[in-house]
Every structure is written in C-alpha cells, then in structure tokens.
Design a protein. Structure first.
Length: 327
C-alpha cells in the first residue's frame, strides 16, 4: 500500500488551491467605464426600472423610518429624491407597472405608493394585511399580485384589486422574494427553495422542479422563457415554461466562486448580467454557460440592475449607490 505523507498532502492542497486561484482570476473582466451617479441620498435603494425611454424610477428608503423615491427624466444621469410621504414612513421594495402605465410600489407594513403620471406625483396607500410586500406585478389593469416574506420563515402570495381589496391570500412556510406576471394568466414567483407558476391569473400556484437555493429574482422574457438567480449563486433557465430547467450555475458547487446574487437581467438570448452582495457584477455572453466576474468597484450590495435604452447599465444598492456601467 502506498504511504501518504504529510508532505504529499500539503502538495496536493497547494495544487488545488493554485488551480482554484487561477481559475477565479481568469474569470475577472473590467468595464470600459464606470460612472458614479449622484443620488443625493444615503438610503438603501431596492429597485430600479425605466417607465419609458427617458424616465427612470428607483424605490428605496429605510425599512422602519422612511420611504424614498428617486426619479430621473434624462435616462438616469441626474436624479431628484422625494421623501415627502408623511403617512408612509417605511421603505419601499416592490415595483410594478400596470398595463395602463401606472406605477406602484410596495413596502413594509403594507405601505404602498401610487403614481399615474410616471412618478411626477405620488399618492400614499396601505393594504390591510400589513405584510412586508417585496414584490408586485399585474395580471391586468385591476388585478395585482404581491409577494411577501417574514424573515424567510413564511410568506404569502396576495391577489388584490387596485382599490387594495384583498381577493385571495395563499400562505407558504417559506419567504417569497419576487413575482412577475407575463400576461393576464401566466406568472412566476421566486422564493426560498422554490419557484412557483400560475396559469390562471394567480388563483392557483404550482411548484416547478427547481430547488436548492433561495431564489431572489426573476427575468421573464416570455411565458415560456424565464431566468432566475439565487442568493447562494445558482442561476437557472427554462425555455418550456418551467417543465424543465437548466442549471447554468450551481451555487452549491464548492469549487466555484461563492457569489451572493440579488438580481438578474438579460439583454438578449446570449447577453446577461447579475448583481449581488459586496459590489458583485457577473456577466455572460453565451446564454449563461459561462459567467465572468467584473472587477470590484464598491463594497456596497448591488440590489437591482436594469439595461438602459442607450445600452449602458444602471445598478443601485446600499447607501444610496447608483452606478452607470459601460460594458
């Protein structure tokens, strides 16, 4: 029997560590340009979305202290902050646009904000269940689907009308993080260890065959094609409405870099981006088969990313951070 010495063990460990180090370095790339955009706030910024080619809105604030909305009318280059919400006073996390173009936000303690003029003015509202709604999407002009999380130990899918009358609540034993309705009947929900799908406008939800991560964000390209990312670094993709999933990145693979992902967006079938904790930005140019990490430019968590009409990226996160990234 061959004798295993301490020296041989050290050599083996060193070889594995060296391979891991160089494989990680090889994956790192750099943006052509990174612009720090002045936000005029230090609040946490949770969601960013364009409502048209020039107007962009950010939902944010501090969970227990204040609601804050940032608005840009020049494609995200300059921002104006609005914290004048005396009846709300809670951070805003969910962001949805209904088919009529009205903008809705949802947040802590059932608080909501509503705008019918692309964010120029806002009305304060509250839904009666007082839950922490982190996601909102619309099946039609008068039917909204919201999801909430209770410290990831429980959550629910809430169906309501735009008068904030609750039509149905479905409870779960895990937290729910994101919801996207693709059309009036079909939609998806991402949660702790599960992705759910409805085909009847949110009346019923079915578990899809994907698990082993806390799925944080969805990017639904159609009723059949969906991307999702998990907090532990998993990225999955379906092209058949969730009947089957391709795990393009396994967050539980101990030999892969440890990523904490919070949002994902795809520009086309090949080009996609995901962001996460400690300034993480990763990129694929081959439909998710390979992911490259961009060089770090901030320690702040990046919580949301969007693709601008001019092809650049805007990402937002903690301490009022906004960055424009030039791939």
């Amino acid at each position: 029997m061959q004798r295993i010495t301490k020296t041989s063990i050290r050599v083996t460990i060193l070889a594995i560590a060296t391979c891991f180090f160089f494989s990680c370095k090889k994956e790192q790339v750099y943006f052509q340009k990174i612009e720090v955009v002045e936000s005029n706030t230090t609040s946490r910024l949770n969601r960013i979305q364009f409502v048209n080619d020039t107007t962009c809105i950010i939902a944010g604030g501090e969970r227990f202290l204040k609601a804050e909305v940032l608005r840009s009318t020049d494609g995200g280059y300059t921002w104006v902050s609005n914290t004048n919400f005396p009846e709300t006073g809670k951070g805003q996390y969910g962001f949805g646009i209904d088919p009529m173009g009205r903008v809705w936000m949802s947040g802590f303690d059932g608080t909501m904000l509503f705008s019918a003029d692309n964010g120029a003015s806002w009305a304060e509202r509250r839904i009666g269940n007082w839950e922490f709604h982190v996601g909102i999407s619309f099946a039609n002009n008068n039917r909204m689907i919201m999801v909430n999380a209770r410290a990831q130990k429980g959550g629910s899918i809430v169906v309501a009308d735009t008068n904030l009358q609750i039509l149905k609540t479905t409870d779960y034993t895990f937290g729910l993080n994101d919801v996207q309705m693709v059309n009036e009947q079909t939609g998806y929900v991402a949660g702790y260890g599960a992705i759910l799908k409805t085909t009847d406008g949110g009346e019923t939800w079915n578990y899809l065959d994907v698990k082993n991560d806390n799925f944080y964000a969805l990017d639904c390209k159609s009723e059949n094609e969906v991307w999702a990312c998990g907090y532990n670094g998993t990225i999955v993709h379906t092209t058949d409405g969730g009947a089957s999933w391709e795990k393009l990145r396994n967050g539980n693979n101990i030999t892969a870099p440890r990523y904490k992902l919070l949002d994902i967006v795809f520009k086309d079938a090949n080009t996609g981006y995901a962001v996460g904790e400690k300034g993480l930005v990763i990129h694929t140019s081959n439909g998710g088969k390979d992911w490259e990490k961009y060089g770090e430019f901030t320690e702040n968590a990046l919580r949301s990313i969007t693709i601008c009409p001019n092809g650049t990226l805007l990402t937002v996160g903690d301490e009022g951070s906004i960055y424009r990234l030039h791939p």
